[in-house]
Each structure stands twice: as C-alpha cells, then as structure tokens.
Design a protein around this ligand. Structure first.
Ligand code: PMP
Length: 456
C-alpha cells in the first residue's frame, strides 16, 4: 500500500530531527517545533509535504529570480546533463563556463570584463579579498595589506568573509579567529550610530570612512561594501550618494572598491546591479545567488582589465593566483546561469521592475502606520519591515521575544513563507511575482505582523 501523505510527512520530520543540522538555527528550538517540509516548487509558490501552497516570500534564500520549475532553465540543465555534468577549470576550459562568462560579461557594469568563478557568495568574497591584496603586492605596493569594511555588513560565513563582516550577533563569538579589519560606522539612518538626523546630516557616515582611509593611508588594499542595501543586518538602506562618495574616496586613496552584489545583483534592487543607481563601477564585483536564477551553486568575482593585468608578466609563481575550487564553473550551474541570464533579457524582467516595486510599496503603505512598525525600508523587490516595541522611542523588541519568528509562523497559515532577520520582517519575492501576487504577499505580511504583535 502506498504510504499516505501524513505518514510520509511524519517519517521525514522524524528523520530531519534525527540527522539534519540546519544553518543559522538554534537546534534546541528547531527540535521543539514541527517543521514545514518543502516538497515542490511551482512558479512563485512552494508546496509542502501536506499539499499546502505558499507564496515564496523570500525566494528560497533571496536567490529565486524567475520562479520555480522554469521550463527554459529546466531544459537547459537537462540538455547539459546529456553532454557533461562536471569538469574542472584547472588546466582545462569548458564550453558552458566560457559561454556563461560571455553572457555575464554582457550585463556587467562597463569596465568589468574578467570573471573568476566559484560556488558561493562567501567564496566570491574570499576571492575578492585575496585578489585585491595580491594585485597591490604585484604592483609593488607591499604595504597595502588591510581592508576597510562597514559595520553591519554581511559577506558570508567563511573566516575571511566574516572578518570583513560586521554583524555582532553572528560574528562576535568567532572574533579570536578573524583577521583585523578597519570598520567604519553603519549608514543606518533610522538608528544613526553618529546620532545625526537624516534631514540635517552631511553624511558623516561617509566622512567616517574617509577618516579611516586617512588614518590607514597607504595601507588599505580595498574597501568592501554591500552597495545600496546592507541585506543581512536588516535591509539597511544607504542614503543617496553614499556609494558614490565611497568610490571617490577609494580613488583618492588608491584603494580598490569591492562591491558585494551577492544579494543585490540581477535586478533585486530594481536595476540589474545596485551600483548602477549610484553611477558607480567597482574595481571588483561579487555575485552569486540570482546568477543561476537560484537553481545551482555558482558565484563570480568580476574585475577590471587593470586588476587582471597585474597578474600578467613573466611565468613566475608570484603572478599566479593560487586559488580555486573543485566545482568552479560547474557546467550544470553554468547552463542554468546562461538560461537565466537570457530569460532576464528576453522577458525584459528589469524593465518591469519599477511597476512591481511601486505596487509592493503601495500595498505596504497602510502598514507604515502600525504601532509596532518602526520603519519600512525598500529598494526594488528588497524589503525590510523593522518591528519595534515602542514606535515613539524606537525601542527594539528584546531578542528573547523572537518577534520576527512569531510573524513568520503567523504568515504560514495565511499562505506565505517568510524568514525574518531578528526584528526585521524580510520580503524578497522572486522577480517573477506579478503585481497581484506582490500585493497579496504584502497583505499576508501585514496581517501576520498584526497577529504576532497583538499582545497585551
Ligand atoms: N554577501 C552577501 C551580501 C550576502 O547577502 C550573502 C548571503 N546572504 C553572501 C555574501 C554569502 O553568500 P553564500 O550564502 O552564497 O555564501
């Protein structure tokens, strides 16, 4: 007799609880709750083992572009499987990785022409750090061995990427393992660390970056920043002109500008790249997540001819970039990326984003008046709703109240999967959501917030 749905669900939950250790998860709490087990994807919906359908409100982990089970991407992966499933870029070239690099180069900001593949956002950032450092070494600038980054930044979970990261909650415990990085204050206007007010400040947060560069004059290899929005710290949106100022400062101080577009790339903020909105070209741009439409692990560290040329010269060990990963440029992932990049172009996805972002903003507007909503921050289809205990004083919810988690639990029976960042409710829908679906998602998020914060 075939196993019925409920028995299968129970068997899977039991096995999950027996074997799986989930990322960014307090496992004692995980084991105390019945998990939602995702079984299928269908367009912008996820379906669980009990057959319930949910709007995918956070794009898996912020990486879904065209939805789930996209016929064109499925077909591209299947066709690639019929040819070659794996190979290496170490000492060999391969068709899919060449064509993928070509497609990616077509959409990169002008001036970024060289592409180094890896398999995750964190590896793309590790590569950027080592590339920047070695670039200066090869140009005879041996003193430039330091990095500057921004508090509240998130660049992945490997030791190098945590070192340039700045989220105290995640990174504090690992501090003894990290290398020293110069950190500048966060451009967090709602809770300005410099005590300034939006209307009257002269962007002292950018001035503080300048001070760090002055203090470490001649020693900084690169400044690392998430452009436009610091995602993982709670969708902290930067004031207009901030990134442009950082570009000018890097130019003046001879440091490379590394823009981490792992979260913001491929249309997420309303333009293909967030840097476009500031008219900035970084020296190094990292991307991952949306590169394959979210299907398969692939990342890229993209740079200029100038950086690349530092590595050219006589056949000496020191001019080799000693870095590589087994799965770098995996052909299945590259086939998915080629298909996804073509769909972005053919479906004119980016052109449709302003109207979608406006519909989402409009649907969220009533929520801005809610007594537990401190601020709604949005760039394109990247949204953070910061919940506060007290709107007047901006008092945060205490960690132990787990208010973000309560919201996402309320959202499930209403038909949406969300994931919070502490007290910030995140909306990162697939770019393929229609305006009606975006309005529905906003409505569910609002109702879930009302229910979860309706305590006495
Ligand atoms: N950089 C940024 C800006 C990110 O948002 C993330 C992931 N959320 C990463 C790097 C790390 O990417 P991955 O999880 O693929 O290692």
């Amino acid at each position: 007799m075939p196993e019925d749905r409920l028995s299968r669900h129970r068997r899977l939950v039991e096995a999950d609880h027996r074997h799986l250790w989930h990322p960014f998860t307090q496992m004692q709490s995980w084991l105390a709750e019945e998990p939602l087990v995702v079984d299928e994807g269908d367009g912008v919906y996820l379906v669980d083992t009990l057959g319930r359908r949910y709007l995918d409100g956070v794009s898996s982990l912020w990486c879904n572009v065209h939805g789930h089970r996209v016929p064109e991407i499925d077909a591209a992966i299947t066709a690639q499987l019929g040819k070659l499933g794996h190979s290496t870029l170490l000492g060999l070239a391969s068709t899919a990785s060449i064509e993928c690099a070509e497609e990616l180069a077509r959409v990169l900001p002008r001036g970024l022409t060289r592409i180094f593949f890896s398999d995750a956002g964190a590896t793309a950032v590790e590569i950027a750090l080592k590339m920047a450092y070695q670039h200066h070494q090869l140009r005879g600038d041996a003193e430039r061995s330091e990095f500057v980054s921004i508090r509240g930044g998130y660049h992945g979970d490997t030791i190098g990427s945590i070192s340039v990261g700045g989220i105290d909650l995640f990174h504090r415990i690992f501090k003894p393992l990290l290398f020293q990085v110069n950190q500048a204050p966060q451009p967090y206007c709602y809770r300005c660390p410099l005590g300034k007010r939006r209307a009257t400040c002269a962007m002292e947060c950018a001035g503080a970056v300048e001070e760090v560069l002055e203090r470490r004059r001649g020693k900084v290899a690169a400044l690392v920043v998430e452009p436009l929005v610091q995602g993982a710290d709670g969708m902290i949106t930067q004031p207009p002109g901030y990134l442009r100022r950082l570009r000018e400062l890097c130019d003046r101080h001879g440091a490379l500008l590394v823009c981490d577009e792992v979260a913001t790339g491929f249309g997420r903020t309303g333009t293909t790249w967030a840097v476009e909105q500031e008219g900035v070209t970084p020296d190094i741009l990292t991307c991952a997540k949306g590169l394959t439409g979210g299907y398969l692990p692939l990342a890229a560290t993209c740079t200029t001819e100038r950086v690349f040329e530092s590595f050219l010269g006589p056949h000496e060990a020191q001019r080799t970039f000693f870095h590589g990963h087994t799965y770098a440029g995996n052909p299945l992932a590259c086939a998915a990326a080629i298909a996804s990049l073509r769909l972005l172009r053919e479906r004119r996805v980016i052109e449709g984003l302003p109207a979608k972002a406006a519909a989402l903003a409009d649907a969220l507007r009533p929520l801005a008046e809610h007594p537990r909503v401190g601020e709604i921050r949005q760039r394109g289809l990247m949204v953070g709703i910061e919940l506060v205990k007290d709107r007047a004083t901006r008092e945060p919810y205490p960690y132990a109240e787990n208010v973000g988690h309560r919201v996402i639990l309320e959202a499930r029976p209403l038909g949406a999967i969300l994931r919070p960042l502490g007290n910030v409710v995140v909306l990162m829908p697939p770019l393929a959501m229609t305006e009606a679906q975006l309005r529905e998602l906003a409505g569910i998020a609002g109702e879930a917030i009302r229910r979860a914060t309706a305590e006495a």
